[in-house]
Design a protein around this ligand. Structure first.
Ligand SMILES: [Cu+2]
Length: 101
């Protein structure tokens, strides 16, 4: 029984990984890190704010938006095909890009 259970879990994890991968961007010191990222269409990106100041990651083409992230909060967005520049709505000089091809 125990071995069957583990095999089932591995099968589920394996199929999920084949569909989409998750990538991480840390927001720290008023910067996105990494500031530019290449992913596959449909992959997700998890943004985590390490700063005391609130931030967002808001796509210029409106394809994704984390909403307000306070310190320690994260949000996961799905990336559509294409090149997406994004910024923090509170600090527009904070910029990044995600490209999915
Ligand atoms: Cu900000």
């Amino acid at each position: 029984m125990r071995q069957l259970g583990i095999a089932a879990i591995v099968a589920v994890l394996g199929s999920t990984a084949a569909l989409a991968a998750d990538h991480s961007v840390e927001i720290k010191g008023m910067k996105f890190s990494p500031a530019s990222l290449s992913v596959a269409p449909g992959d997700t990106v998890t943004f985590t704010n390490m700063d005391g100041a609130p931030h967002t990651a808001t796509a210029d083409d409106s394809s994704f938006d984390t909403g307000r992230l306070n310190k320690g909060q994260s949000a996961t967005v799905t990336v559509e095909a294409g090149e997406h520049t994004y910024k923090c709505v509170f600090h527009p000089s904070m910029k990044g890009s995600v490209s999915a091809e």
